[in-house]
Each structure stands twice: as C-alpha cells, then as structure tokens.
Design a protein around this ligand. Structure first.
Ligand code: ADP
Ligand code: ADP
Length: 228
C-alpha cells in the first residue's frame, strides 16, 4: 500500500493535444478517491499515466516516496481494472487469477501461488468456480475474476476505470457493495473513475472533479453533492 502524489501532471499527445493540464492531487495511503468529469475530460489519460501505460509529458508522479515517471508498468506495482475486463478465454478462473503472479519478477512457488489465488477467490466468492472458463460465467462473475486478478498481487494501489459500466443495474448494485467491502477489508489505496453518481456518492472518501484536463474540485462526497 502507498500514497499516490500527482504534481503538476501534464499530458500532451503526439498530435499536440493537451489532455491533462497540470493536475495536483495527493492521495493518502489507504484512501479511496473517485474521479469524475464529462467524457473526454482526461480521466482515462490520468489513470493510464498513473499505471504507466501512457508517458507523462511534464510534472512528477510519486508512489509512496518514489518518483515513478520513468518506471515500466510492472515495476510500479499497481493493479488496474478496466470496464472491458479482458480475461483469457482459454484459461480457467484459477489460471486467470494466477496469471499476474506468474508474470511477476522473482518466481513464486506453486504453493505460494495457490495460497494467494485461493485467498483472492475466497474474498470474491469464486472458490466454487475456479475450474470454469470465462465463457461459462455470468457478467458479474467475470467482473469478479478481473478483480481477483487485480487483488491477487497485493499491489500498492488499485486503479479502476469504470469497472461496472458494462453490467446491468442489479449486478452493478451488488458489485458496488462488493468493491466497498473489499476495499475496507484490504485497505488498499484506490483511484476509481466513474460516470455513476451513486458510485461517486457512496464509494469514495473524496471525489475529484476533472474538467477539460483540469482539476476543478476535490471534496468529500457530501461536500460536493450537498452544494446548492
Ligand atoms: P475521459 O477518460 O475523461 O473520457 P480521455 O482521457 O480518454 O477522457 O481523453 C481525454 C482527451 O484526450 C480527449 O479529448 C481525447 O480525445 C484525447 N485523447 C485521448 N487519447 C488520445 C490520443 N492517443 N491522441 C490524441 N488525443 C487523445
Ligand atoms: P514490460 O515492457 O516491462 O514487459 P509492459 O508494458 O509490457 O512492460 O507491461 C507488462 C507488465 O505491466 C505486466 O507484468 C503487468 O503487471 C503490468 N501491466 C500492464 N498493464 C497493466 C495494467 N493495466 N494494470 C496493471 N499492470 C499492468
């Protein structure tokens, strides 16, 4: 677990378009921050820079005390969950969850992998489905496998990019409860992008509002939505 600090973070794409225009944000160790804002305001760009899938044009990104601007994704030790949680269709639930552990630097024993996969599966109530393939799971179960893949590494932080937007309303409600419970149980620093006002109001410690690449406001959910 670790804090995430953004200092004057800028992203200019190769075509010259500046999608993120000097964002400052301090996310405390264990904090759950929701990132909201209109489509195209730079939310995904910001997440992708934090996880290392997009270069940072200017500014400083720190995870804990380390400046990570130039670190490869695998060395940042973060876990990201996308909305189109791509699972490996030919692998079982067990192997999908184990996959990130097998990629890690420093080989883990099969015994360690097994213990970690079973712990993550237990937290997500997937224990009975470990031998199934993704095609034979419900949407909610697939989403939980994607979460399992994120939590199994005990990463320093979670980054969620609208993870529930492809689910129907009922499943979304269940998964919302699940995510809140999981984050409390694990206490992992989390940045969560959403369009959903209920998620924004109920999940986070703070809500950050991005508009045209600039941070407009950071407040508690109450502070934000109780305004006249
Ligand atoms: P959001 O996630 O808030 O919808 P994005 O971060 O995806 O916004 O995009 C922010 C802005 O950057 C948008 O105007 C988008 O068109 C632009 N953008 C995204 N990716 C690229 C790219 N590879 N090249 C140029 N512009 C991009
Ligand atoms: P490298 O060039 O060092 O192999 P890659 O960019 O190919 O790095 O990414 C591979 C590693 O990056 C994987 O081990 C994985 O842990 C991490 N990674 C890639 N995408 C993500 C993501 N969306 N969320 C978290 N980690 C990721």
């Amino acid at each position: 677990m670790a804090s995430i600090t953004l200092e004057k973070i800028v992203k200019t794409y190769p075509d010259g378009f500046t999608a993120v225009k000097g964002v400052d944000l301090d996310i405390a160790d264990g904090e759950f921050v929701i990132l909201v804002g209109p489509s195209g305001c730079g939310k995904s760009t910001l997440l992708r820079m934090i996880v290392g899938l997009e270069d940072i044009t200017d500014g400083e990104l720190r995870i804990g005390d380390n400046v990570v601007n130039d670190l490869a994704p695998r060395d940042r030790d973060l876990a990201m969950v996308f909305q189109n949680y791509a699972l490996y269709p030919h692998l079982t639930v067990y192997e999908n969850i184990a996959f990130p552990l097998r990629l890690q630097r420093g080989a883990l024993s099969e015994q360690d992998i097994d213990a970690k996969v079973r712990r993550a599966a237990g937290l997500l109530e997937l224990t009975d489905h470990l031998e199934r393939k993704p095609a034979n799971l419900s949407g909610g179960q697939r989403q939980r496998v994607a979460m399992g893949r994120a939590i199994v590494r005990e990463a320093r932080a979670f980054l969620f990019d609208e993870p529930l937007s492809n689910l129907d309303a009922k499943l979304r409600g269940q998964m919302r409860t699940e995510i809140a419970r999981l984050q409390r149980a694990l206490g992992t620093t989390t940045v969560y992008v959403t369009h959903d006002q209920i998620e924004a109001m109920t999940l986070g410690d703070r809500v950050a509002v991005l508009k045209k690449g600039e941070l407009q406001q950071v407040a508690s959910p109450r502070g934000l939505y109780d305004q006249p």
